[in-house]
Design a protein around this ligand. Structure first.
Ligand SMILES: [Zn+2]
Length: 119
């Protein structure tokens, strides 16, 4: 299984922080992998993508990089993208500010968010 990571929305500096991270660089790459490419192909079982998301989130928080989120593509589950918070809504993805769950419409997100207020 190939898990695809889309780094094309990141500035070059941030991209190199991720690519040069020791844990990230030790992940098994698919033969299509090219350091200069914005897409990183990892040869992994699909279940490991959750772990990859965690690794990426740790890299972002350790690097004091704010305003970026690691997201699973809601259509292609094998694709993970790192997006700047402001870009996310432009792509038609709505993120719950309370728990980070992505939604495909503003309405769905609003319905979901109500549950956070029942306390
Ligand atoms: Zn939520």
């Amino acid at each position: 299984m190939v898990v695809k990571i889309d780094l094309s929305h990141l500035p070059a500096g941030l991209k190199s922080v991720i690519i040069n991270n020791r844990e990230f660089s030790s992940l098994p790459k698919d033969k299509r992998y090219d350091r200069s490419d914005d897409l990183v192909y990892l040869e992994l079982p699909q279940e490991r993508r959750i772990k990859i998301i965690k690794i990426l989130e740790v890299i972002l928080s350790k690097s004091n990089i704010d305003g970026y989120s690691v997201l699973e593509n809601t259509i292609d589950k094998n694709e993970i993208a790192i997006l700047k918070s402001g870009d996310i809504e432009e792509l038609g993805i709505f993120i719950c500010a309370h728990c980070g769950t992505p939604f495909q419409s503003h309405e769905q997100m609003m319905i979901h968010q109500r549950m956070h207020y029942i306390f």
